[in-house]
Write a protein of this length. Structure first.
Length: 204
């Protein structure tokens, strides 16, 4: 049996279209997690551009495989960007939750309320969690630990308020996701943390 390739070439972008599509893809924020990743993206972009140029005068099948290699490289970069973002989220467990010890609980709460009113739900959630943590310190229920992380504060608050474990756990989790994981907070999530601050403030 004699195998024949189809007479029509595969539907692949022209070299200029390929470079334009690749440039738009690589300019997405997911690829700019840090400078190292940005430099890697630029190097790969140039390499793929050279491959597209070389394949422009090659047979259709060669061009198709060149574009396939380029697609695989883009997918590899997507995976790398996702892993980088996940690493940043995990690193949040080692970051200090309350960076400015000079602010009182009421000041943190005022900042949170102002952010919520302006529609900045991420800041409202983060500062609201800081307000509830500092408030527990001011009431003498929680030891003043300037280097405590949100995870550590959550563990301590669970002991202090045994009936509030789900809300405390969720508040600490959202704090890390929003501040270190680049997640956008919803109005409902911000309200839940502010409500937790109110509830813990009124607890005996």
């Amino acid at each position: 049996m004699i195998l024949r390739w189809p007479a029509e070439p595969p539907l692949v972008p022209t070299p200029d279209e390929g470079r334009s599509l690749l440039r738009r893809e690589l300019l997405r924020p997911a690829y700019r997690e840090d400078d190292l990743l940005g430099r890697l993206v630029e190097a790969v972009r140039r390499a793929i551009g050279r491959t597209i140029d070389a394949a422009s005068s090659a047979p259709p099948l060669t061009t198709f495989f060149a574009m396939l290699v380029g697609l695989l490289l883009v997918l590899a970069l997507l995976w790398l960007a996702t892993r980088t973002r996940a690493t940043r989220a995990v690193r949040g467990h080692t970051q200090v939750a309350v960076p400015d010890g000079s602010l009182s609980a009421d000041q943190w709460r005022a900042r949170a309320d102002a952010a919520y009113s302006s529609g900045d739900h991420g800041t409202a959630l983060v500062d609201g969690f800081r307000a509830l943590a500092v408030r527990q310190v001011e009431r003498g229920l929680l030891d003043d630990a300037p280097g405590a992380t949100a995870h550590e504060l959550g563990l301590a608050l669970r002991v202090l308020h045994p009936g509030r474990e789900p809300e405390v756990d969720e508040g600490a989790r959202l704090f890390d996701l929003v501040l270190y994981g680049d997640r956008a907070a919803t109005a409902e999530q911000a309200r839940s943390v502010l409500a937790l601050d109110d509830a813990l403030a009124g607890a005996s």
